[in-house]
Design a protein around this ligand. Structure first.
Ligand SMILES: Cc1cc2nc3c(=O)[nH]c(=O)nc-3n(C[C@H](O)[C@H](O)[C@H](O)COP(=O)(O)OP(=O)(O)OC[C@H]3O[C@@H](n4cnc5c(N)ncnc54)[C@H](O)[C@@H]3O)c2cc1C
Length: 497
């Protein structure tokens, strides 16, 4: 206790010497513990946890601050209480990158190439020994607003293959987009034009339906600035469509993060915790300066973290950074984000529809027959558990409440039940999660105006103490974020060791 008081007193002296306020001024040493580590990581999702494991491997001490009661962020596996069957309702697939093989191997987890094994024949029962995501069904295209069947404007398979080949060739000029946001100056117009215009310009229309189907969560994909769309569905995906995606062999991607928690030790993880205040400028010009983060924990009150470097691995919306001593540069960059889309996922049971058929939402009068959002993208049986169905719901903005989304979903399920002459039921929610806002974006003018240069210039700020990772710094793709950590984040941090 004495040492805590002494530390608090020292904090007080330094903080007030250099600034008009400090953590001590606001909190008077009212914390239960001081935790000193080399690196404080805020956010225990895909990028934060991977960064923590990578830093531990480099003999750095870490502490991870995570708001949820578990690590993993959008990676969440539902466990059916009666059968113990597993269903990943968030992250399912990984691109076959060396960083993915390495991460799975380090954590001693089984990896499966989804193309290397025989799936069930569509229309036949699921193979319950395979991950739920590998249940193949027959397909119906239906307008979820009224249940009418939609005849899709289709292209020949040769036209689709040609379009993907052309896309691959075009995107190979922009290979740098696969490694973060280090863009040329000026930014090529292709990258900030609406994706629909890019598709038309290069005659890629035959590929669009497949791309739309895989790019769930992006909302109004045709109007998204191209850079976001081509980082999300990228050349790695074009390869993986033929070579195969990877997944956890038992359909339990959450195990990545529970194992990673063991790897870094749960003593170094603060769950159900958030940063309430930060003082990252303390002693900035002095050798051995440390950043301080005051963290509110669920069970143990306030804790003071003191670290040489900080990695921010949460969505950097200003509303998510209340209490942080943001620099003018951070304030300016993060204020540009617009919450462009909403994405919700879950599982319901008691739907009573034909479990060999997925209904895909489509519309007769829209470009490429894309569905009118907000709406379900599709209604698909899990296959490995009787009468349990995936819910994947998208919107062009993130403002819908959970109750509003649920009532949309239940109405759309009734529409499909009516269309298939099935009994109307009250679906029962097994699990339901908001991932909204899904992908933070900035306006095309900002992209043209050098936003990403200012974003990437934040790395190593505050005298080499501040670093950033996560979807806003690259893309909404776990495997690409792990590669970003390996290629960009960690080398940048090492420059200051
Ligand atoms: C439904 C869905 C399916 C997906 N499927 C795939 C897939 O199959 N393959 C794939 O590669 N990618 C997939 N993604 C994308 C992938 O999940 C994201 O790219 C990845 O999770 C982003 O990592 P991140 O670290 O930026 O954010 P997250 O993984 O979301 O992690 C951020 C973490 O920070 C925490 N947090 C937020 N704010 C605070 C705060 N103030 N203080 C403390 N903690 C905070 C959050 O609770 C979360 O745990 C999917 C995403 C969704 C939503």
């Amino acid at each position: 206790m004495l040492s805590i008081l002494l530390f608090a007193l020292l904090s007080h002296v330094h903080a007030t010497d250099l600034h008009s306020w400090g953590i001590f001024d606001n909190n008077f040493g009212e914390w239960s513990e001081v935790i000193e580590r080399d690196v404080c990581i805020v956010g225990g999702g895909a990028s934060g946890v991977h960064a923590a494991v990578s830093l531990v491997d480099l003999n750095k001490t870490v502490v991870v601050v995570e708001r949820n009661n578990r690590l993993g962020g959008d990676t969440h596996t539902y466990i059916h209480p009666e059968t113990n069957s597993l269903v990943d309702i968030g992250v399912v697939i990984f691109q076959p990158l060396s960083v993915v093989y390495d991460f799975f191997e380090k954590l001693n987890l089984p990896l499966l190439n989804m193309s290397a094994v025989q799936w069930n024949v569509p229309g036949q029962p699921a193979n319950t020994s395979q991950p739920a995501a590998m249940f193949a069904t027959l397909r119906a295209d239906v307008d979820f607003r009224d249940g009418t069947d939609i005849l899709l404007q289709t292209d020949t398979s040769d036209a689709v293959t040609d379009a993907f080949q052309r896309m691959s060739d075009i995107l190979s000029q922009y290979d740098y987009i696969l490694h973060g946001y280090d863009l040329p100056d000026p930014v090529p117009e292709d990258l900030y034009m609406p994706y629909g215009a890019f598709i038309e310009k290069y005659n890629l229309t035959a590929a669009f339906r497949t791309i739309y189907q895989i790019s769930q969560g992006m909302g109004d994909l045709l109007h998204v600035p191209t850079i976001y769309a081509v980082k999300y569905f990228n050349t790695g995906d074009i390869r993986a469509l033929t070579d195969g995606y990877l997944t956890h062999a038992h359909g339990n991607n959450s195990e990545i993060y529970s194992r990673a928690g063991d790897y870094i030790s749960y003593d170094n993880v603060l769950l159900e915790s958030i940063v309430v205040s930060s003082n990252r400028r303390k002693n900035l010009t002095t050798e051995g300066s440390r950043a301080e983060l005051l963290v509110s924990t669920r069970d143990e009150g306030l804790k003071l973290l003191s670290c040489t470097q900080v990695v921010l691995a949460v969505p950097p919306e200003l509303s998510n950074l209340a209490g942080w001593d943001l620099t003018d540069q951070e304030q300016e960059v993060f204020s540009r984000y617009i919450a462009a889309n909403g994405y919700w996922t879950g599982l319901v049971k008691n739907v009573g529809l034909n479990q060999t058929l997925t209904s895909w939402n489509a519309a007769a009068g829209t470009p490429f027959n894309i569905p009118v959002l907000p709406a379900l993208y599709d209604l698909s049986p899990v296959g490995t558990i009787d009468d349990v169905w995936w819910i994947k719901f998208g919107a062009n903005n993130p403002t819908l409440t959970l109750d509003q989304v649920k009532s949309y979903v239940e109405r759309e399920i009734h529409t499909i039940q009516r269309a298939q002459n099935a009994t109307l039921t009250k679906p029962e929610w097994l699990i339901f999660e908001s991932h909204s806002p899904f992908h933070l974006q900035v306006a095309p003018e900002d992209i043209k105006g050098g936003f990403f240069k200012r974003l990437t210039a934040l790395q190593g700020g505050l005298g080499g103490s501040m670093f950033y990772t996560g979807a806003a710094f690259h893309t909404q793709y776990s495997s690409l974020l792990w590669r970003f950590n390996r290629e960009v984040l960690i080398p940048k941090m090492m420059e200051y060791w």
